[in-house]
Design a binder for this molecule. Structure first.
Ligand code: 3HC
Length: 314
């Protein structure tokens, strides 16, 4: 790690190459990656909770099996990302401590409740759909371990998004009550899904990291660019579902080549990020409790590893 960008670091980035763990890198680049990758991993782990609540209440054995597979995938995504973050010289135990004591974040979207089965469909279709839009460019991130972790994550996210769409399609084609349940879920999850992409790129509601992250090839597109891309691909899908998106301003703008839409209310995003969302306390209490209850597993794994560690030769 070096204080400033070195010529070798910049050469790798400018040639579209990848920085590997043992390559020279500026401390700021390393810290930015640790921050983003750790928070990405935390999001995957916390993200298991909203859908996990519905595994025991899925409407059929098939839906239960699919949902179990999806929640297990999210755990695996978290582990890939913690492992990738550890290549930067941090320890996942410390990253989890930072999550638990609020020094690190997780995605705002997981602080919303899952009130009906249709929410599981809305999460798969909208939340995992948004995650795909955000994560596909990360497969070309300048940091090798992060980019490679994203390749497998994105393949599994496609299954997550498809099964969510399928749940909503089934409901929208069902009884009027089922269609109303699907519409209610979409109404509640649309705006929080747009907020997943982060604050605005500029102005009072801007976030602050994008320019540097793009200069370092960590981010390939800005928050607003990816948000617009997600809106453009999702509106036709809502039409195919026979469901409406809760924004009357959504209209195709031929000149822009994009859908116009009502501006996102970033005050809600900042409130949720500040811990004042609908489920922040519940999610963190569950996470900290699970970590505490799982201590014996970690202790047993460490004892086993120590017992079977190759004997130091005299
Ligand atoms: N929720 C919580 N915090 C958020 C946020 C959100 N939706 N959007 C932004 N923030 C935070 C940032 O972390 C940053 O705070 P920090 O300095 O304490 O880290 C601050 O708000 C400023 O935002 P910026 O946009 O300037 O920050 P970034 O450049 O880090 O961009 C990001 C934010 C777009 C989320 C980026 O970090 C990113 O692309 N991360 C990787 C993808 C990711 O983490 N996705 C989260 C969902 S995971 C998921 O969906 C799993 C799937 O299986 C469902």
């Amino acid at each position: 790690v070096v204080a400033e960008e070195s010529a070798s670091f910049r050469d790798v980035l400018d040639s579209g190459g990848r920085i590997e763990p043992r390559d020279e890198m500026p401390e700021g680049y390393r810290r930015t990656l640790i921050r983003q990758m750790a928070q990405h991993a935390h999001s995957e782990i916390i993200g298991m909770q909203p859908e996990g609540n519905w595994i025991s209440r899925a409407p059929s054995l098939r839906r239960k099996a699919i949902l179990m597979a999806k929640v297990q995938d999210e755990a695996g995504h978290g582990l890939y990302l913690y492992a990738a973050a550890e290549t930067l010289g941090v320890d996942r135990a410390d990253l989890l401590d930072q999550l638990h004591d609020g020094r690190q974040k997780y995605s705002s979207i997981f602080n919303y409740p899952t009130l009906t089965w249709a929410d599981v469909g809305a999460i798969g279709w909208l939340v995992d759909g948004a995650a795909i839009v955000n994560q596909v460019p990360l497969c070309r991130c300048s940091y090798g371990p992060y980019a490679r972790a994203m390749v497998r994550v994105c393949k599994e996210e496609s299954f997550h998004q498809r099964q969510g769409f399928d749940i909503l399609h089934t409901l929208a084609q069902g009884t009027p009550a089922q269609k109303a349940m699907a519409q209610d879920a979409v109404d509640r999850y649309w705006w929080p899904s747009l907020m997943m992409f982060g604050p605005a790129d500029s102005g009072a509601d801007s976030g602050g990291h994008t320019a540097q992250s793009m200069a370092w090839g960590i981010k390939r597109f800005s928050n607003d660019e990816l948000r617009q891309k997600f809106i453009d691909m999702t509106v036709p899908q809502a039409d195919a579902l026979g469901l409406t998106l809760p924004d009357p301003a959504l209209t195709w703008n031929e000149e822009r080549g994009h859908f116009d839409h009502t501006p996102v209310d970033f005050t809600e995003l900042f409130e949720v990020i500040a811990g004042r969302g609908p489920c922040n306390e519940q999610r963190m209490a569950h996470r900290v409790g699970a970590h505490r209850d799982g201590a014996w597993v970690r202790d047993a794994a460490e004892a086993y590893a120590a017992k079977h560690a190759p004997r130091a030769t005299a």
